[in-house]
Ligand binder design. Structure first.
Ligand code: 9MR
Length: 479
């Protein structure tokens, strides 16, 4: 399982330097993720899985970058690592767009799934129209795999080495690779990738292999045979581009049979498309479908994580490929979380509203303490590694009247901390002082109620425990 700590150590000094550079160019304060409750990435981490999203280069800033960084702990570049993007001219590499996504991931403590090395689509013209001999094509493939994996060595945790090798009937796809090199291109690509980065987890990735059918049977036979031959294959990616209401009922059993071969499994490109316009009934069915997929993965111990293929309907690939269809992702076109978002959150063990126990008997002595002092309590949880930390804060209004609009302030006595994202609040730092301010949807904290928010930050020098919490200027107790 990926953890922030292992990513950090895997990144080493150059990665840490990159992170520092990327963090420095981030705006000091970024908009909070527009969803209530604990971010998906934190819930997923607590379950021992990752929660990822595809992202394109133009989605790294503004609202999309803010939500992606706050909610997800894995990124798959949507197009930027594909052959046509990376090697548009033979032997001349264009790493810039993919490097930007990797830097974004590092700055936000996210892992990267590399997608993809050998595929039938998005190939450059020089390759598809080159009329290369079989041996020359083989050398071109090995060089591309070697060069790309080497470039991202230590930065990409999973590689989709081979993408979509099968037809629906389980025969090999008739493409450049199979037609000229035969099915051995798959083992050769995996072997080259492993030589270039022995630590990377190597995957074969395909769609319509989620249920047990001719195509997934062919994938199963291939993986079994690769394992038997000692070819370096670590995982199978199930893209999971679903149609509303059509998640195969045997998805979990299918994931399990692959896991039983001794490989990891991952849901790599999840979305659930519907005929537009969406309505409440369809969105609820979609939420049920997301719940099913999450539970299917969580029910298989070798299912290492789930990636959605774009987290928002504004940039999803679906409408341009399936005219009249869309609304396939967990956030709508205005970046508002949909029922599918809540479904993921709930499947990962989260709740959108903090549980409160309504009093069964009215208090005999009405509390007189206003918010602050003994009327305010803060719980501060921190997950810290060598240069970064995640803080989760719950503030309870123990006073007798509701708070409408709040700021929580505190100090950290030394060191330099840079807030990179916040959720459920806007968090700013000035010198050693921090201020968290409510968002519109959580401005009110009822008497006896609480609200939670959190943030990610980098630190250097020292990162002492915070002190002096105050709610609207009045001191809070801390636990
Ligand atoms: O999301 C990608 C989209 O922007 C591209 O236009 C498209 C081109 O084929 O590829 C999309 O991503 C695909 C992924 O790489 C492989 N599985 C299917 C995805 C959706 O088409």
């Amino acid at each position: 399982m990926f953890s922030k700590r292992t990513l950090r150590s895997a990144l080493g000094e150059s990665g840490a330097a990159l992170l520092a550079t990327a963090a420095a160019v981030l705006a000091f304060t970024v908009p909070a993720a527009n969803a209530a409750g604990t971010p998906l990435r934190d819930l997923a981490a607590a379950k021992g899985v990752y929660m990822g999203t595809a992202l394109m280069q133009n989605e790294l800033t503004g609202t999309s970058g803010s939500i992606a960084g706050a909610q997800f702990d894995s990124v798959t570049p949507g197009n930027e690592m594909k052959w046509a993007s990376v090697e548009p001219t033979r032997g001349t590499y264009n790493w810039g767009p993919a490097d930007q996504i990797v830097s974004f991931a590092q700055a936000n403590h996210m892992q990267v799934r590399g997608h993809n090395l050998v595929w039938h689509s998005q190939l450059p013209n020089w390759l598809t129209s080159g009329s290369f001999s079989n041996s020359e094509l083989h050398d071109i493939m090995i060089k591309h795999v070697t060069d790309e994996v080497t470039h991202f060595k230590g930065e990409v945790v999973h590689w989709d080495v081979v993408n979509e090798p099968f037809n629906e009937d389980g025969t090999y796809r008739s493409d450049l690779w199979y037609n000229q090199l035969g099915s051995s291109y798959i083992a050769d690509a995996l072997t080259a990738a492993h030589a270039a980065d022995p630590a990377a987890k190597l995957y074969i990735n395909d769609y319509n292999v989620e249920g047990q059918n001719a195509k997934s049977n062919a994938m199963y036979a291939l993986v079994k045979s690769l394992k038997a031959q000692g070819v370096p294959i670590d995982g199978v990616g199930f893209q999971a581009h679903f149609i509303l209401g059509q998640v195969p009922s045997d998805f979990k059993a299918n994931l399990q049979r692959f896991a039983d071969l001794g490989v990891d499994v991952a849901v790599t490109e999840l979305d659930v498309r519907m005929q537009l316009p969406s309505d409440a009934t369809k969105l609820q069915q979609q939420a049920n479908d997301y719940t099913t997929v999450m539970n299917d993965c969580l029910g298989v111990s070798r299912c290492v994580g789930v990636t959605v293929w774009g987290f928002n309907d504004a940039t999803s690939w679906v409408p341009s490929t399936f005219p009249g269809q869309g609304a396939a992702t967990p956030y709508d076109e205005n970046y508002q979380p949909k029922p599918a978002y809540t479904a993921i959150q709930t499947a990962l063990g989260g709740t959108t509203t903090p549980p409160t126990t309504p009093p069964t008997t009215p208090p005999t002595t009405p509390p007189t303490t206003p918010p602050g002092g003994s009327g305010c309590a803060v719980s501060y949880g921190v997950n810290q590694w060598n240069t970064g930390f995640t803080a989760n804060i719950t503030v309870t209004n123990g006073g007798s009247s509701a708070v409408n609009g709040w700021t929580l302030t505190w100090t950290q006595s030394s060191g330099t901390q840079t807030v990179t994202q916040a959720w459920n609040a806007t968090v700013t730092r000035s010198g050693t002082g921090y201020t968290a301010t409510n968002l519109s949807y959580n401005a009110a904290i009822p008497a006896g109620g609480s609200t939670s928010f959190g943030f990610n930050a980098n630190w250097s020098g020292a990162n002492p425990a915070p002190t002096g919490f105050a709610l609207n200027g009045a001191a809070c107790s801390v636990s």
